[in-house]
Write a protein that binds this ligand. Structure first.
Ligand SMILES: [Zn+2]
Length: 447
């Protein structure tokens, strides 16, 4: 989707001279904004892969901190301590934070009313296959109005728009009614830990805008994710030997017993897809997909085990009272057991399910003041943003679950994220920064 796909709203009409000033300053600062994105892309912040050490996360956070300090923000950069985090269904308990600092900057407003948090992640996915790029993924280049580089859309473009909006408000001498906070985190792409660490650090606000790529539309819902592994038992034995019944200790292939389990997973997906209670105005139904399968030990043996990994996407309405997926876990395990009980082996040896991470779903009302503020700001710039449900997860779900209603709004298209020749429209960068600045003025205005 490009800007041209967004229905034109009313002609541009800002409300006062301060708003006019900041909108014009950002338009005039287009090249500075491009330089800022270029600098952010120049830091290698490829997300952790579980084995490598931190890269340039600290350098990037300190660069952002210096810029925001220079316009008078109070900047806090800290390396989280795992002990302070408590147990979380969202993140591993043994995460090493060395070299992965988080940042929060605060521009104090005139009163404590209505604080707004602008948030984004600085980690990016790997640039591989690097040789396939038309330009160096870490050296941003602009071609035909598009800025190319790893993270251009997801989401160093959005982070730059947040920073530039904040800087421009200060340079224009605009003091907000309430506090404006800016938060840049690591570990969104890998685990969602940066957002969890930010909350554990005590960061709070009345609302949040996550500048992930939405092509300037407004994301107000997303699904949660669960990662079940199904373990199926077999009974080892020589593949060529005639086997007695398993009750007489004959061999059983765990891989063959995976067949009814796979069928059960597909039936659950179809059930969720078709049931009225699994429909949502902005999101597709919950779904479950088999993602990997591993089984067998030897070419001439019955497999004595088979593991099936799945990915579950679940709707906000399927979440438990805490906002997480424990009810879905229960439903999934019971469904498997019921659906496979017709097989005597599986009835006697029910598949076991283990779970790793759970990232929560989230949704906010279209009537939230932060939604209205961004819609109004876009309309003042002559644009209409569409409300939609994100088909990607983002840190806003963590913040919404913690009581900070979070809207997703930013430059670039999610279809460009994680791809070779990732790019963002420079026009959208400018409009995103203008929108964020106007939305901050209006949201933080004392009521
Ligand atoms: Zn992202």
């Amino acid at each position: 989707m490009s800007i041209g796909d967004i229905a034109a709203g009313q002609p541009p009409s800002v409300r006062d001279s301060a708003e006019e000033l900041v909108v014009e300053a950002i338009a005039a600062g287009r090249d500075e904004l491009v330089d800022l994105v270029t600098n952010l892309i120049g830091f290698d912040t490829t997300t952790r892969d579980g084995v490598g050490a931190a890269r340039q996360e600290r350098d990037l956070q300190e660069y952002v901190g210096r810029r925001l300090s220079a316009v008078g923000a109070e900047v806090d950069i800290w390396e989280p301590a795992q002990q302070g985090m408590g147990r979380s269904r969202q993140i591993p308990n043994d995460l090493n934070w060395e070299g992965y600092p988080q940042l929060v900057a605060r521009l104090p407003g005139r009163s404590s009313k209505r604080s707004l948090l602008l948030a984004g992640h600085i980690d990016t996915v790997s640039p591989e296959p690097r040789a396939a790029w038309n330009s160096d993924p870490f050296v941003a280049t602009v071609r035909e109005g598009m800025l190319f580089g790893r993270g251009a859309a997801d989401m160093k473009g959005g982070v730059a728009a947040m920073i530039y909006a904040t800087e421009s408000l200060r340079r224009c001498g605009i003091e907000l009614g309430g506090d404006l906070l800016l938060n840049t985190v690591t570990d969104e792409e890998s685990t969602s830990a940066g957002g969890v660490a930010t909350l554990a650090h005590g960061v709070r606000a009345n609302a949040c805008i996550i500048a992930e790529p939405t092509a300037l539309n407004l994301g107000i819902a997303c699904r949660g994710s669960l990662l079940p592994s199904i373990h199926i038992r077999g009974q080892a034995g020589h593949a060529a030997a005639v086997q007695p019944h398993w009750r007489s200790l004959g061999a059983v292939s765990a891989i063959e017993k995976a067949s009814p389990v796979l069928a059960a997973v597909v039936r659950l997906r179809e059930t969720w897809r078709d049931e009225p209670e699994h429909q949502h105005p902005y999101l597709p139904a919950g779904t479950v997909v088999v993602t990997t399968i591993a089984g067998g030990q030897w070419l001439v043996s019955y497999a004595d085990s088979c593991r099936i990994d799945c990915h579950i996407s679940y709707l906000p309405g399927q979440a438990d009272g805490e906002g997480f997926g424990t009810l879905v876990e229960e439903e999934f395990a019971n469904w498997l057991q019921r659906s496979t009980a017709g097989d005597p082996w599986l009835a006697a040896h029910p598949p076991q399910v283990t779970w790793s991470m759970d990232v929560p779903p989230a949704e906010i009302s279209a009537d939230e003041p932060v939604v209205r503020a961004v819609q109004d700001a876009l309309q003042s710039l002559g644009l209409n943003g569409r409300l939609f449900g994100c088909d990607f997860w983002h840190d806003g779900a963590t913040y919404t679950r913690a009581g900070i209603p979070s809207l997703v709004f930013g430059p670039g298209q999610v279809s460009s994220a994680h791809t070779v020749d990732e790019h963002v429209s420079v026009d959208q960068l400018v409009i995103a920064a203008q929108t964020l600045a106007l939305a901050a003025i209006r949201f933080c205005r004392p009521g």
